[in-house]
Design a protein around this ligand. Sequence first.
Ligand code: SF4
Length: 365
Amino acid sequence: MHIRCSPHIASELRDRYHGVVASHGYFPGEVELALNGAAQSALHERAAAATREQFGNKVFVRAVVEVSNFCRENCAYCGMRRDNRDLARFRAKHEQIAELLIHHRPASVTDVNIQTGEDPVAARELVLPLIESLRRETPLGISVCLGTLTPELYDELQSAGASIFIMKFECGDAAQYEQLEAPGTLAERLRHIRLLSEGGWNVSSGFIVGLPGQTPRDVLKNLDLARSLPLHGCSVSPFIPGEDTPLAGNPTANPDWTFNCVSALRLMRPDWIIPAVSAFNLAAQDGYRRGLRAGANLVTINMTPTDVRGDYVIYKRDRFIMTEERVLEAISAEGLAPSKIGLADFYRSRSANAAEKTPATAVQT
Ligand code: SF4
């Protein structure tokens, strides 16, 4: 299965699916969720064609820095939950991260995502000044993934120069959400997503596929919830049983569900930014590339300093770290190329186009 298809096939695919895609009318059924083999390849090719129609062969390249693994939450699927007393907790130093991003980031990186556990102290004392430094010293677009914070702190982060907020709802069923001890309640989480969007943030969300006990219907519920939210992007994270978590003994997510969800998101919302997540590689052989083939259009280079990276254990210590080399190899192998336009700039120009009532166009770099 390849996303590089002949111009003839590409145009046929476009003709065939443009109406469905453009109308936002697509929604998968349980059969599509479980597809494999040739039928799955066809689904992924449809999604890849929709991605190309919107974004050409360009993918956004972002760096991530994980700057604190303190967390006041207790999510059952995460190794950084507060009950995990065996974990050495860290907060990175502003100077170290600023130096890294200002002077040593790969040339392909246009944006950075600053990520922590839910640690309001780090958000205020470390992330805010870091955003200010990056805004002053670099042209980087700035995303944050910091958990549920106060509206005042959201405003301060935005005023400092961040424009993209990643807030995953993780599980679209309120009862399961509570059982998983995910942050607050699902209703609160969704309220914060809407609040951020109303405040002018470009919001990206995400959910986990393959949680213990999750049925195909539950997975579709996630997609249904995602499409109802005011989002600019959404991720699909395969469930990986985390060491030192209550879910440690459970099986890893079904890779077919995972990648079929990526394609479903793409066909549902052709203009969304959908990341290839490093956990794809833990769910399936060559998973990262499979994610790109299924419709993802954002890749992330991990720039967390190596001395603390091992303690940022969302799943397990043996993480699959996406280095610059691995990321660039993967996109090149799929016939894709890094976008020279950054993600934050892309969103800005798309909003400006929308304000002028001009349809968003493909990324031209
Ligand atoms: S998923 Fe996030 S909020 Fe939940 S325990 Fe892990 S770091 Fe904390």
